[in-house]
Design a protein around this ligand. Sequence first.
Ligand code: SF4
Length: 305
Amino acid sequence: MSSEEKITKDDFLRLKKQKKALILAHNYQLGEIQDLADYLGDSLELAKVSREVEAELIVFCGVTFMAETAKILSPEKKVLLPVKEAGCPLADTISPSQLIKLKQDYPEAWVVSYVNTSAEIKALSDVCCTSANAVSVVKNIPVNQVIFVPDKNLGWWVKKNVPEKDIILWQGGCFVHEQFKESDVDISRKNYPNAEILVHPECNFKVLEKSDKILSTGGMVNWVKQSSAKTFVIGTEQGMIYRLGKENPEKTFYSLGMARLCRNMKMTTFTALYNCLKREEFEMNLEPEIMVSARVALERMVQYV
Ligand code: SF4
């Protein structure tokens, strides 16, 4: 096919079948990508899928740490990320040398790292967690002092729910979720008095305190399905509203204040996905020692929930 010819959805599906590829997409991806995915979910759900499904080739439509996690959990599979530059600024807030220093300062503490971290940070951690199980992991690990990285807002939420432990917080934050403000909650309450306000734990703690429910994106999907409410205000990246609206056409969804977009999540376009599959790039390749140590922290997470 020449580069001038327009690639159609049928072209993509033919290529996908020929390559026997599996497409995983995060809830924050563009609607056109969500519609093409074999599995749609949050980072933990997708990591589990990547480990359990029988597929030799996985295309992970998301950001780097997600494709890395899939590779760590399924080292025998070929895992591709459509856009090499699609990183996560939150994950980048902490470097391995900064974490090593912190570990030296608190030698008795366990490092609990949110899944939104690089493979190197996971390899230096004792256990990983997601936004869905962070409280449970910190509560159940057998130590009283914890270094929690990198998100300070999720860390605040954990601290509030596990007051009996000494939790040292890294001061990282997500530029998307930190844009939601307390006043957005107040205005939404006034505009949609019957709505439930659901927010992601990466939002500022003042927003978290004022909301009705603090949920991971996977948690939002499940909550909305069984709630008797008809209207919801959603405090997370805008891609989530596309999914919720599609799966619950009888319910109405509004963004908490202005729609907030993650530019890194939106880098994966249909063309980028097609080219990724055609050229089989960009492949996730990690140092074997990093893979082994990071896998221990990821597998351990399941023991403490
Ligand atoms: S929304 Fe925030 S945490 Fe998620 S990929 Fe974008 S920057 Fe990272």
